[in-house]
Design a protein around this ligand. Structure first.
Ligand SMILES: CC(C)(COP(=O)(O)OP(=O)(O)OC[C@H]1O[C@@H](n2cnc3c(N)ncnc32)[C@H](O)[C@@H]1OP(=O)(O)O)[C@@H](O)C(=O)NCCC(=O)NCCS
Length: 175
């Protein structure tokens, strides 16, 4: 198995189909034929075994605002491993590759919102709960800015810095 980072613009039509099929298989309720949920990410981490796609994560490079401080982050969306190959640490390896990239590029935190916080604990993510603001997008429509308490934000610090206190403004949609 190989883990590959690929820029969104470099994806082939065949890659986009493999990703859409994996997301549908992994999440079940994922929109049919779509390789992204709200908006295109900046890059993907793909776990491949020959022609088969075993795992995927969508990476977004973003500035966010926490309590007035600008923070450079990677946001993670659509982390997914094909059901027959789950529990083989494929997600862990993709996140580890993302962490290496974050270290090289002075990204300070990796952030995602997760319904399964236990998956991320062993990988060094800490759960935090904050009031957040983000751009609400649904079915290719911008519906406005939402401000809400979110209790399942998973944060992995890359350097020494702790996540600043205060409200999180995602400066875009939430991951
Ligand atoms: C969540 C998911 C990506 C994990 O992928 P994976 O390759 O099986 O995960 P790993 O083998 O790297 O395991 C990572 C950790 O998560 C735990 N774990 C894996 N699947 C889990 C699950 N379904 N529920 C709870 N914990 C789980 C592992 O035990 C491991 O914990 P440890 O580090 O403390 O030992 C995969 O189950 C999946 O694709 N699920 C469907 C889509 C989904 O829910 N994505 C996450 C959205 S928040």
């Amino acid at each position: 198995m190989k883990i590959e980072r690929i820029e969104e613009l470099a994806l082939t039509t065949a890659d986009r189909k493999l990703i859409a099929d994996l997301l549908k298989e992994g999440f079940g309720v994922y929109p049919e034929g779509k390789s992204y949920y709200k908006q295109l990410p900046d890059f993907r981490m793909l776990a491949r075994d020959g022609a088969q796609l075993l795992g995927h994560l969508a990476g977004e490079f973003r500035m966010i605002n926490i309590g007035g401080t600008a923070i450079r982050i990677f946001g993670v969306a659509d982390l997914c491993v094909t059901p027959s190959r789950q529990q083989e640490r494929i997600a862990t390896q993709m996140l580890s590759e993302l962490e290496k990239l974050a270290i090289k590029t002075q990204v300070e935190f990796i952030i995602l919102t997760g319904s399964e916080p236990n998956v991320y604990k062993g990988m060094g993510f800490e759960r935090t709960a904050r009031v957040c603001r983000w751009l609400l997008i649904n079915n290719l429509n911008t519906l406005g800015v939402i401000r809400r308490f979110v209790d399942n934000i998973m944060v992995k610090p890359i350097g020494e810095r702790e996540l600043p206190e205060g409200e999180i403004d995602f400066l875009g949609h939430i991951f």
